[in-house]
Design a protein around this ligand. Structure first.
Ligand SMILES: *[C@@H]1O[C@H](CO)[C@@H](O)[C@H](O)[C@H]1NC(C)=O
Ligand SMILES: *[C@@H]1O[C@H](CO)[C@@H](O)[C@H](O)[C@H]1NC(C)=O
Length: 355
């Protein structure tokens, strides 16, 4: 700090300058005290069990798909306190819950699971975690009797984490529909002629222009899906396979977050209606043929009030797109913290998940 020339600097600064020696001495003293304090052996915090406010350790046995990520602070990010997320296997003994990501489990096999000694603690919860559909989950057999909980997109999981959800707004508020200049978009990276979605697309495009983005189509800049799709009136939210509750970011992010009306191909309409309003989407099953669906989309294109009805719910709800993987880990931690001492083992993992 340069001394201020008299009169040109505020009195407060001048005063501070005069006191600089006192200030320096004070700082030095504080630093010394801190140093001494750090060198003192600290009394160990004795862990107490069962009270709210205790920290629990949730251990990730494998980082999903072998990709290490920085683990989040659940309290800061989601207001879930008392969680320590860790990928350090050295913490196995203290972990209240251990998460096993299915794809990595299938890769390593059951030999990859922790093995004693020491034996598996009685209170420790082993959580099977999977967000792929049964069609893309090899190795489901032989996992009965191993895990205590399941965590997946299925609503009947022990820890249910959907790809997205709607939450009611405290007050209705008007919804502003982005300007629409195009008709139908579809983003697809995993193109497989065997998939029902590709077969349906091939028929639909005979009657309607569809802009296809992704590996086989127009280029899409990473992270620009929502912005690109928001110029379209409709989005083909076609799942890669059809299973109970398997409704992914194709609906939540690509269509809903982009304010495009989803045309869905996935589980049945009634399954979608468990999660979203009946008038928020168009189901391919609503039409006897792709040709008639195309006719209806062209009708909506020309008929603004009918098209706008697909947004009637928007002034009451907000769309939440779930964030991989932080939200999942914090969710499971919250569930662990509020769980009682009930004992449970998942016996028929494959038959449940495939149903
Ligand atoms: C955070 O969680 C606490 C305890 O569950 C709750 O009382 C508080 O309202 C929450 N805060 C926010 C900002 O949601
Ligand atoms: C978890 O499952 C194992 C294996 O079946 C079982 O021995 C243990 O008691 C279960 N623990 C809890 C807390 O449910």
């Amino acid at each position: 700090m340069e001394p201020c020339p008299r009169r040109s600097c505020p009195r407060r600064w001048r005063r501070l300058w005069r006191r600089r020696w006192a200030l320096a001495a004070g700082l030095l003293g504080a630093a010394l005290a801190l140093f001494a304090c750090l060198r003192q052996p600290q009394p160990r915090r004795v862990p107490t069990t069962g009270r709210a406010g205790d920290e629990v350790t949730v251990l990730l046995w494998w980082e999903p798909f072998g990709r290490p990520r920085r683990l989040t602070d659940c309290r800061r990010r989601y207001n879930v306190s008392g969680c320590r997320l860790s990928a350090d296997r050295g913490r196995l003994g203290e972990a209240r819950a251990v998460l096993f990501h299915h794809r990595d489990l299938a890769l390593h096999g059951a030999q990859g699971l922790p093995r004693g000694p020491p034996p598996r603690p009685q209170r420790q919860l082993w959580v099977w975690m999977n967000f792929e559909s049964p069609s893309h989950s090899p190795g489901l057999q032989g996992l009965g009797g191993v895990f205590n909980w399941t965590m997946s997109y299925r609503r009947d999981s022990d820890v249910f984490v959907p790809y997205g959800y709607l939450h009611a707004l405290p007050q209705p508020r008007p919804f502003a529909l982005p300007r629409k200049t195009r008709l139908v978009a579809w983003v697809i990276s995993n193109w497989n002629e065997e998939h029902a979605r590709v077969r349906y697309y091939r028929q639909l495009k005979e009657h309607l222009a569809i802009d296809v983005y992704g590996a086989q189509g127009l280029a899409l800049v990473e992270g620009s899906v929502v912005k690109t799709v928001s110029a379209y009136k409709f989005y083909l939210a076609f799942e890669n396979s059809q299973h109970t509750d398997y409704i992914t970011e194709k609906l939540w992010r690509n269509a809903f977050a982009a304010s495009a009306v989803p045309v869905v191909l996935g589980p049945r309409r009634a399954n979608y209606e468990r999660f979203i309003p009946a008038n928020s989407f168009i189901h391919v099953d609503d039409f006897p043929s792709p040709r008639l669906l195309a006719t209806y989309l062209k009708f909506l294109d020309k008929n603004k009030p009918s098209y706008r009805r697909y947004f009637a719910w928007r002034n009451k709800y907000e769309v939440h797109v779930t964030s991989f993987w932080d939200e999942h880990y914090c969710k499971v931690c919250e569930a662990v913290r509020t769980a009682g001492n009930q004992v449970k083992t998942v016996r028929n993992l494959a038959s449940w998940f495939e149903s």
